[in-house]
Design a protein around this ligand. Sequence first.
Ligand code: HEM
Length: 250
Amino acid sequence: MPEQSPAVTYANYLKLEELLALQQPRSSGPEHDEMLFIIIHQVYELWFKELLHELDRAKALLEKDESHRAQHTLKRILTILKVMVAQLDILETMTPLEFLSFRQRLEAASGFQSDQFRQVEFVLGLKSEGAIQRFPEGGRARTALERRLHESTLWDAFLQYLSREGYRPGDLQLTLINIYKNDPKNAELCERLVDLDEGIQEWRYRHMKMVERTIGARPGTGGSAGAAYLRETVGRPPIFPDLWAIRSQL
Ligand code: HEM
């Protein structure tokens, strides 16, 4: 007789025992707020994982010309992004002194080293070889980033989809203006991409303000100038510049 596997329960399906053992404060005591700090970062990493899962899906649907379903997936991505931005409110209940009580325990660790955040940037077209070198060769993070460096981006998938919709390569911005004026279905898709772009910018801005109020002008644990570096990332060009450039001509 084959051995019977145990019945599925809430706890074993979700691997609750493992999950709940993963929050391990480094401060002795431990400092009360370090639990929040760990949990919120872990939750963000899970949302990054889900975002990547959905971004890959949106790309695959565009590649199959299933634009309606791609839009549906983009809507889900945007809803997740909104939740991610809103979660920063929780961290803002932590005062600078509460954070300083355990900050030195983080040593050089920083969200700057989140490979999944870089993966999201890569899928969206913000690729950088430099970002890859920071991760150990052969490891999960490095392998995933190397793969995404060579993979097509969401924008590539969108442009190829447009060409199959009959839009011939030419002046891209003129094509986009034409879509906005005469092709409501694809104009909607463009709008979802603008939403996505704005959502990422919103996250960068809110994270930067949260950092400013928590550590002021101190440098970051990751070795950057801190809020000054983050302000520079907020000021960078948008992800889909063509969709912004045409707006004064619509
Ligand atoms: C008290 C809370 C936080 C503080 C003080 C903080 C501070 C910083 C600072 C100073 C940087 C710049 C790099 C460095 O020198 O370290 C940074 C980058 C970053 N942080 Fe945070 N952070 C906080 C919470 C979070 C959370 C909850 C996340 C979610 C995952 C996060 C994700 C990131 C990411 C992805 C970057 C890289 C941004 C980029 O390079 O564009 N941070 N953070």
